[in-house]
Design a protein around this ligand. Structure first.
Ligand SMILES: Cc1cc2nc3c(=O)[nH]c(=O)nc-3n(C[C@H](O)[C@H](O)[C@H](O)COP(=O)(O)OP(=O)(O)OC[C@H]3O[C@@H](n4cnc5c(N)ncnc54)[C@H](O)[C@@H]3O)c2cc1C
Length: 599
């Protein structure tokens, strides 16, 4: 085995350990890759129970009032700081502990309801929504999910009521996208009473204003020379904690304090270990599931603002003796923004409900939501910017700030490239394992035919059956049938790619991008169908009466189906070989031996 192969085997082992421990229920995304429509993950459209809806409505009134009166996103951007009165207002209105259980002072809101609150904040000020996310969605999340009762009792109340703030510190110089490559060490003391932490963290939101930080560090694996990651609760008053840069100057979300800090021989009591020792990566990725879901909500809110701004300007600004709204190239942008917005909201609601239902493994769905909503928001900001023309460029309008603010979304909490590849690879694992079973048996018949037979029948079954996409509304049957046929075609394409490329497909990111692209569109379309079905049946919440709502949904489905077909046909009809050859020559790289292209 060469070095690259050894590294790859190591990565596979790590990923398997992380993602595939124990038997897994078949979720929506994994089902797509097997040609199935796991309908109960997306349908019926999740409703907020009436009692909770009343609490949510009350909170929304209170929060909107506070935001209208006290939140000034322009001032926050210019001062590069979120003022204390805003943080206090967020605490007063319960935002900083909204999903924490009531026994610790939280409001006990579901993730679905909390997303509606974050949508509201994201619509106004990205600095404030990212600050809130860093504190609540990821900062206190490991404590909420993995803390012992004693830890929760001790740490949560001041964090939930906003007396203290939280941060989540994973990223370091060598551990960005490669989150497993954390170099910070945590060495157990001789008497076992504490761990000694050494290392540096960078790009950490809230680091310099937080009183409690969840820090990931490497601990020894007993009885071996290996190490693995463990989560620790750290406070900045611990001896050895040094803030190197409290507010790194940056492009957007300027109000957030993004910091860099060091830990030098810093003693952390063993009582501060969060979750099982050595399982910190699992803790981190589970925490990020929540972060990515609220990312979706914040992006949805911001996209709504873009649409509102674009509509207002297009109706008002006149050129060539017409309003901009009279030009088809402007309408094209507005129609697409409305369609995408409908989908972003539906996808956020469905994904949040997966968390609320306590389902087992929704990492693929949260990754899909994050990639989809962050890309669509970027398009929406860009389109709104274009509709405003030169005026968007100036600081008296919010769009230049929104453009700067939106750029972080495609990078933070897992860059979109890494997540796209992850979606394709994890998705293909299911059918890939079935094929492996068939291959292995073909070349070693003494293994017995039983498992291979089952795997073969599964592959064959998916190949001949178009899955049913159940909708109640007669008028949606044709769309549902189209989605079913596309899932069937997708499954065939995935099978074909696995048979054609076999293991090298794990390195073929251009193929992965298309496969993940179809899967994301399918998830989005299923959520849109689910929401529109509920709207048409008169059981939808928030949005059934929005102008153009049905049209937006139907346009989304049409455009999404087109995009799926394009991705599928480009799996075999593409310029991948030429593209990679050009990039290699510009990069001064020899093509790797065995490099495959997408043809
Ligand atoms: C404003 C801000 C706030 C942040 N807040 C936090 C926080 O609170 N806590 C925290 O822990 N971290 C935080 N981060 C860090 C953030 O999560 C990382 O920046 C992100 O994970 C990417 O890591 P990196 O910057 O090291 O980029 P790199 O890992 O160097 O990646 C650079 C680019 O390379 C590409 N790339 C990398 N790997 C692959 C691959 N396998 N395949 C294809 N392309 C690839 C991607 O396009 C990626 O964007 C924050 C960052 C910023 C900018």
């Amino acid at each position: 085995m060469n070095e690259a192969e050894i590294q790859r085997q190591k990565e596979i082992k790590e990923a398997e350990e992380l993602l595939f421990t124990g038997p897994q229920a078949l979720g929506f995304a994994k089902g797509l890759f097997l040609g199935r429509f796991v309908s109960d993950w997306a349908m019926p459209y999740p409703r907020i129970p009436a009692a909770q809806q009343a609490d949510l409505d009350k909170s929304l009134v209170e929060i909107r009032q506070f935001l209208d009166q006290e939140l000034d996103p322009t001032a926050i951007d210019r001062a590069a700081d979120i003022p204390r009165n805003v943080i206090e207002g967020l605490a007063r209105t319960g935002v900083l502990g909204m999903t924490a259980p009531k026994e610790y002072g939280g409001r006990g809101f579901s993730q679905r309801a909390y997303c509606k609150i974050l949508e509201e904040i994201g619509a106004r000020c990205a600095s404030t929504s990212v600050f809130t996310n860093a504190h609540h969605s990821i900062g206190i999340r490991a404590l909420l999910l993995f803390g012992t009762r004693e830890q929760k009792q001790r740490w949560l109340p001041p964090l939930v009521n906003g007396q203290q703030l939280a941060a989540f510190a994973l990223t370091e110089e060598e551990a960005g996208s490669d989150a497993a490559n954390v170099q910070t060490t945590a060495t157990p003391s001789a008497d076992g009473s504490h761990f000694i932490l050494n290392g540096e963290k960078r790009y950490i939101t809230n680091a310099s204003i937080a009183q409690v930080l969840t820090v990931m560090a490497r601990t020894p694996v007993p009885g071996s020379d290996k190490t693995s990651i463990t989560a620790f609760l750290v406070t900045p008053d611990m001896a050895g904690f040094t803030m190197l840069e409290p507010r790194m100057e940056k492009l957007g979300i300027k109000g957030t304090a993004t910091g860099r800090f060091a830990m030098r021989d810093m003693a952390v009591p063993k009582e501060n270990v969060l979750g099982p020792i050595g399982k910190g990566l699992k803790v981190a990725l589970t925490v990020l599931d929540f972060g990515r879901t609220t990312f979706g909500a914040c992006c949805t809110g911001a996209a709504r603002t873009c649409l509102q701004l674009a509509v207002a300007h297009a109706n008002k600004r006149r050129q060539f003796k017409k309003t901009l709204a009279d030009f088809d190239l402007v309408k094209k942008k507005i129609g697409r923004m409305a369609a995408d917005l409908y989908a972003m909201e539906a996808m956020t609601a469905v994904t949040a409900s997966l968390i609320d239902r306590g389902l087992e493994d929704y990492m693929m769905e949260t990754a899909m939501l994050k990639v989809f909503t962050t890309e669509r928001l970027w398009d929406a900001v860009n389109d709104a910017f274009q509709i405003y023309g030169g005026s968007a460029y100036f600081t008296d309008l919010p769009l230049e700030r929104m453009l700067r603010d939106a750029r972080i979304n495609q990078i933070g909490e897992g860059s979109n490239e890494v997540l796209t590849s992850f979606i394709a690879l994890v998705g293909m694992r299911g059918p890939g394992m079935e094929f492996k079973e068939i291959y292995d048996t073909m070349f070693n018949p003494s293994r017995g035919l039983g498992k291979a037979w089952t795997a073969g029948m599964n592959r064959l079954g998916a190949a001949v059956k178009v899955p049913n996409v159940p909708v109640k509304s007669e008028s949606l049957r044709a769309h549902a049938a189209q989605l079913g046929r596309l899932i069937w075609r997708f499954n065939l394409s995935v099978n074909r790619a696995l048979i054609k490329y076999r293991e090298p497909v794990m390195d073929m990111q251009l193929i992965q991008e298309r496969i993940a692209g179809v899967a994301m569109e399918m998830f989005a379309s299923a959520c849109v169908l689910s929401r529109l079905d509920a709207d048409l049946q008169g059981v939808g919440q928030n949005g059934a009466s929005a102008p153009g709502s049905r049209r937006s949904a139907e346009l989304f489905l049409r455009q999404s189906f087109h995009r799926m077909r394009r991705f599928l046909s480009e799996l075999s009809d593409n310029d991948d070989a030429e593209l990679l050859a050009t990039a290699n020559s510009v990069l001064g790289k020899q093509p790797a031996i065995g490099t495959r292209n997408g043809n």
